[in-house]
Design a protein around this ligand. Structure first.
Ligand code: NOJ
Length: 509
């Protein structure tokens, strides 16, 4: 297990929207290098970079055309290596985004696989035997290449699924078992890509749709087995490299698959969603001040997962990511501060999505860009200052419009505002680094009563109390100690706590 994860705080960068250094309207790698000190000053010591590979951008780069080449619009492979070096010089690790489940339909492997005559890549993707065979339970593209077969897609139609075989075989004429040498070749091809970037200085990978490899693998054991093999490679040759799964099943991803971290994703109704987004526009979220949320639904899911996986890896809370509407669409500013207090003090390895530190807003109603659809509104350009395009780009036509509102938050106008989210996020990250009890995993005592607030949790000597509601509370606590940090009005005296509406209190016992 890489030691550095214990104190890691990640910053997610969506490269096309972060900082445009050459004025073409699209963010780029040199632009990211220019902002590394900014990332460091937030307290983040690791970056997850969304895909930067060559791509036709039908899905923002998750449709890879060449895994070993940086997209020209972002720069060159040399620029990416320079980013690794410059980040490392500042104590920052970089995880690239690995997309193992599918490629773009313009990838050279796929161009070969589509050909009628059999070749080295004929089994790299999943084709039926003839075009007349299109079982409805599989998502197939039909009759669109010279090869007499239909092919399976993994996400959008432009993303054919790579072939890792089938757990349960329903059509033996075209489905291979995962251990078939042709499927093993796909695994080797992905490992080869990982080695390529690790050798160049990458510190690991965020793995896209990590659970999607083997088809008809309902309990995901065959998929986990592949990842376990990848972990063995890392342990042997790159023991400092880390992998985080887009999976949301810590027992499978961490315990079985060997991932170091697994994202707690926003799946409607799951524990994460119950905290921040549940109901009609968040009206039943725990952090909504109306009090309709129920923290028990979160605890019932999270605690068993935490206890079963905590010795092997980390569950990662995110403030948001590039796939979900920013939480500004659901919660008010004080609620977001409390949500941040929760995310940055809970166990695991937290992830901050670019722009969340300045309370960037979800931009509803934007026309879809690069396969974003409703996600486009969470992917708008970073807002740096009051300059042209809020400092994102010198271009007259940035690839996506910046927030046009007169009161758009920017780094410049948030940084020194004592009431800003920026202040809260940077304070919390600093506390996480300062108090070893707040890092990584460890003892967690979660305290709540069904249907009731406030709730609290203790990690070692630190106790965090949350009153997300719009009303004041006074209650007894079994702990007594000194106030380390608070949001809103909250105080403790002789085991009695008084919490103003929407407040947070951290004490050391
Ligand atoms: C998950 C990624 O986060 C998302 O942005 C992408 O569209 C799909 N996987 C497909 O790769």
């Amino acid at each position: 297990m890489p030691e550095w994860l214990n104190d890691a705080v990640f910053y997610e960068i969506y490269p096309q929207s972060f900082n445009d250094s050459d004025g073409d309207g699209i963010g780029d790698i040199n632009g990211i290098i220019e902002k590394l000190d900014y990332v460091k000053n937030l307290g983040c010591n690791a970056i997850w970079l969304n895909p930067v590979y060559d791509s036709p951008f039908m899905d923002a780069g998750y449709d890879v055309r060449d895994y070993k080449r940086v997209a020209p619009r972002y720069g060159t492979n040399e620029d990416l290596v320079r980013l690794f070096e410059q980040a490392h010089a500042r104590g920052i690790k970089i995880l690239l985004d690995l997309v193992p489940g599918h490629t773009s339909d313009t990838h050279p492997w796929f161009s070969e696989a589509k050909k009628a005559e059999e070749n080295e890549y004929s089994n790299r993707y999943i084709f039926t035997k003839t075009v007349w065979d299109a079982p409805p339970q599989y998502r197939m593209m039909c009759g669109i290449c010279e090869r007499n077969g239909n092919y399976m897609v993994n996400y959008f139609s432009s993303q054919p699924a790579l072939n890792y075989g089938f757990g349960e075989i329903t059509h033996p004429d075209w489905q291979l078992p995962p251990e078939h040498p042709e499927c093993q070749k796909t695994v080797e091809a992905i490992k080869d890509i990982m080695r390529f970037w690790l050798e160049k200085g990458a510190d690991g990978f965020r793995v896209d749709m990590a659970d999607s490899l083997v088809k008809n693998d309902d309990d995901k054991t065959a998929t986990a087995k592949i990842w376990r093999g990848v972990r063995e490679m890392l342990d042997k040759d790159y023991p400092e490299a880390a992998m985080v799964a887009e999976w949301c099943n810590p027992q499978r991803a961490i315990n079985d698959g060997g991932f170091h971290m697994d994202f707690y994703l926003d799946h409607y109704g799951n524990g994460y969603s119950r905290l921040f987004r549940y109901g009609e526009w968040g009206d039943r979220a725990v952090f909504n001040k109306n009090g309709k949320g129920d923290v028990k639904a979160f605890a019932d899911e999270y605690l068993p997962n935490y206890n079963l996986s905590k010795d092997n890896g980390y569950i990662s809370f995110m403030t948001n990511n590039h796939d979900m509407p920013r939480v500004t669409a659901y919660l008010d500013k004080q609620a977001i501060k409390l949500a941040d207090a929760f995310i940055f003090t809970m166990p695991g390895v937290p992830f901050l999505y670019y722009g969340d530190e300045i309370d960037m807003r979800y931009q509803a109603d934007l026309v879809s860009k690069e396969g974003g659809f409703s996600r486009t509104g969470s992917r708008t350009p970073m807002q740096w200052n009051s300059g042209k395009n809020l400092g994102f780009s010198e271009s007259d036509e940035p690839y996506l419009p910046v927030d046009k509102s007169a009161d758009a938050p920017t780094v410049e106008n948030q940084k020194d505002d004592p009431d800003s989210i920026y202040r809260v996020v940077t304070d919390l990250i600093a506390l996480r680094h300062k108090y070893p009890d707040l890092r990584g995993n460890g003892e967690l005592e979660f305290m709540f009563e069904e249907g009731k607030v406030p709730f609290a949790f203790r990690r070692g000597k630190l106790v965090m109390y949350f009153n997300p509601l719009g009303v004041e509370f006074e209650f007894d606590t079994k702990y007594n100690g000194d106030v380390i940090y608070k949001l809103g009005g909250a105080e403790i005296e002789n085991g009695k706590i008084k919490m103003q509406p929407q407040s947070f209190l951290m004490i050391e016992i």
